[in-house]
Design a protein around this ligand. Structure first.
Ligand code: IPD
Ligand code: CA
Ligand code: CA
Length: 260
């Protein structure tokens, strides 16, 4: 086992370097945008550079590591790997990064011997680093986060992925109507941080592993519920729909999803 403090010390220094790198590239207006699968699925040179930076640092510092990242390396066997397993989303909210220069994050989730170890969601423009894990609790920068209250759906704001709204999937309109109001921030990592801090009572979206791995570790550490829409535990390498919520909101949302 590697001491969490040792990993944390290294990772926090990499994150600061990444923030400096991103801000410098934004200032120099050196951002090149490319399409991946369609006109709304974009990647930039910064996404690729950041992921390459993390991969290099991980390999230099923690030799017995496997890496699963959005842009480059795709490892398998999370639960079988006897060492550290890293999930990387170099820039989460790339559309926000390109269009708004705000509300994007860089994220890392770390597992050891198949179990959650540490997670990081760094809101670059606000310089707010959400980090932690089961061994140390959850923090925003240096301040420990207390678990949010068990707020029900009708008394809280509910957030969702944009695609669910566009196609009214999972009875999303019904869930939205039961809530106090809806929010769509366009960055899964930032959506998770709003649930962690009690600003929203839940977030439902269709996502990839690098989008939800860090948020899931932090949310579960705080006693929030993170499940698929069938109420099953999230599989960190293969789930595609994820709901994070307070216990109370979670029950109400699941009920609404499966109503006719
Ligand atoms: C996206 C964002 C967005 C979510 C998409 C993700 P990316 O990540 O997290 O909020 O709705 O499903 O793909 O591609 O910007 O890293
Ligand atoms: Ca990304
Ligand atoms: Ca993402």
């Amino acid at each position: 086992m590697v001491a969490w403090q040792e990993i944390n010390h290294q990772v926090q220094s990499w994150l600061k370097e990444v923030r400096t790198m991103i801000l410098a590239e934004m200032k120099q207006q050196q951002i090149q945008v490319e399409q991946k699968t369609c006109r709304t699925d974009l990647v930039t040179n910064v996404d690729r550079e950041v992921e390459a930076f993390y991969s290099q640092k991980i390999k230099e510092s923690f030799a017995n590591s496997k890496i699963h990242g959005e842009e480059c390396e795709h490892a398998t066997g999370l639960h079988e790997h006897p060492g550290l397993f890293w999930l990387i989303d170099p820039i989460d909210g790339t559309l926000n990064f390109i269009q708004q220069e705000a509300d994007f994050a860089t994220m890392l989730a770390i597992f050891e011997n198949g179990k959650p170890k540490l997670a990081y969601i760094y809101d670059v423009m606000h310089d707010e680093l959400f980090w932690g894990g089961p061994e140390c609790g959850v923090y925003c920068n240096e301040k420990e986060i207390t678990p949010p209250s068990n707020c029900p759906l009708e008394k809280g704001l509910f957030a969702m992925g944009g695609n669910l709204v566009l196609h009214n999937r999972y009875n999303i309109q019904k869930i939205a109507q039961q809530s106090l109001g809806v929010r769509v921030y366009g960055c899964a990592g930032i959506e998770f941080t709003r649930v962690l801090t009690g600003k929203t009572v839940g977030y439902l979206a269709c996502l990839c592993p690098w989008d939800y791995a860090a948020g899931t570790i932090l949310a579960e550490t705080l006693g929030l519920v993170v499940k698929t829409i069938d109420g099953q535990p999230v599989n960190m390498l293969s789930s595609t729909d994820v709901l994070v919520a307070t216990k109370s909101a979670h029950k109400e949302i699941l009920k609404a999803i499966h109503q006719d």
